[in-house]
Design a protein around this ligand. Structure first.
Ligand code: GLY
Length: 398
């Protein structure tokens, strides 16, 4: 039994919150406006442009908004100006991405919701608002009218998609995009123009129909004919194989559909979020609340992805917000079980070392193991969001 296992949920939460404040204060002082993704061999974060995910000085990697997201969360919780200053510094670095429509992808939501839009929500900065609306316009422009979905990756990333099935990617939609469309809901809420939200809701309806299976499991990718919008097939993507159940994709579905409900009040989105949540909870409960990389992976080798757990927990907490106390308790309790299991196995609270969590896995088929069970910045983001939500100290960034 781990040393925290005997604590009540509240005691555990209070302890984790204190450790979080100490760790993030030290990390913010060390990292500042550098953009971290994972730690290097030295156990330290390095700016993305010094790593394989930021070649030629690119700041376009899809995870580059999570560090400013963490900083805005901590600014909300503590009011410490150091967090705001570092977050705005990173936002300034990301602004260059808005100049190249051909290289951005559906993840423009992850990049700008947690940088410019977070800044605007918290400070009202007109520059940040302008950046957020430009990002929303780029995301909206990826909409395929006949297929009623947002295209995932651009041709510029065709090489990367080879490992997920490859071929003609013009008609690909992926479950991950459910977490990006809140940028469109925000743009409509901000401008009063319903076009953005209508694109988001249409995409979510298509995802409900083609991505989510009747048992609450999900495809990662669905391919349509880019000309007619007709369904083609469902490549395996980042999970174990076609027809399996990639756990982070499941997390994107739980949280993503809950967020579409948050913004539209369309009950069908809440029902889909619950359907996917129950599927995840059943699988997590069978594995001591620790997320496998794919809920349908072989028993050996045993591979985890803690990031799926942290994101699923945030989705469950979002679902709980929309329910009566009696029903909400099941989701909150499940979220706490995931968080506590992942904390016990994957957290490192030493303020002298970078990264709070390890155990993050980018994709199942990892040729050299360098993307398997490692610290990944979005694991930390969702852990922080979950803790601050439970403490009543979070800012809503979706
Ligand atoms: N959005 C890509 C991933 O979840 O790995």
């Amino acid at each position: 039994m781990s040393e925290t296992a005997s604590l009540t949920h509240q005691q555990w939460l209070d302890e984790v919150y204190d450790k979080l404040l100490a760790k993030m204060k030290a990390e913010c002082a060390r990292v500042g406006t550098n953009i971290p993704y994972t730690t290097g061999r030295d156990g330290r974060y390095h700016d993305i442009t010094e790593t394989p995910w930021g070649q030629n000085g690119s700041v376009g990697f899809w995870t580059n908004g999570f560090w400013p997201g963490m900083l805005w969360q901590l600014y909300e919780a503590t009011g410490d100006e150091a967090y705001r200053a570092a977050a705005v510094g990173v936002e300034d670095r990301l602004a260059v991405l808005l100049e190249s429509a051909e290289t951005v992808d559906h993840d423009v939501g992850f990049l700008f919701l947690h940088s410019a839009v977070a800044d605007y929500r918290k400070t009202g900065s007109p520059d940040a608002r302008r950046r957020g609306l430009l990002a929303a316009s780029l995301l909206a422009s990826r909409y395929n009218i006949d297929g009623r979905f947002i295209r995932a990756w651009p041709d510029a990333m065709a090489g990367m998609t080879e490992r997920f099935g490859g071929g003609d990617i013009r008609g690909w939609m992926i479950i991950d995009c459910m977490m990006n469309i809140p940028l469109l809901y925000w743009a409509s809420e901000e401008t009063g123009d319903p076009r953005f939200a209508k694109i988001a809701a249409a995409h979510a309806k298509t995802a409900q129909q083609y991505v989510v299976r009747p048992d609450g499991s999900c495809n990662h990718i669905v391919a349509f004919d880019p000309e007619t919008g007709a369904y083609r097939n469902s490549p395996g993507g980042q999970g174990y194989r076609e027809g399996s159940s990639w756990s982070r994709g499941q997390a994107w579905a739980v949280y993503g559909f809950a967020l579409s409900y948050h913004h539209t009040h369309d009950e069908s989105f809440l029902n889909t979020a619950k359907q996917c949540a129950h599927y995840c909870i059943a699988n997590l409960a069978a594995c001591d609340w620790l997320p496998l990389v794919d809920y349908r992976q072989p028993a050996e080798p045993l591979k985890y992805d803690s990031t799926a757990g942290f994101c699923t927990a945030c989705g469950l907490l979002e679902i709980a917000e929309h329910l009566e106390e009696n029903e909400a308790r099941f989701y909150t309790e499940s979220a706490l079980r995931i968080l506590r299991a992942c904390d016990a196995k994957f957290a490192n609270w030493d303020p002298e070392q970078d990264a709070i969590t390890t155990g993050g896995t980018f994709f199942y088929h990892d040729p050299d193991g360098s993307n398997t069970e490692v610290p990944i910045i979005y694991g930390d983001y969702f852990f922080i969001e979950a803790i601050l939500r439970l403490k009543g100290k979070s800012i809503f960034l979706w």
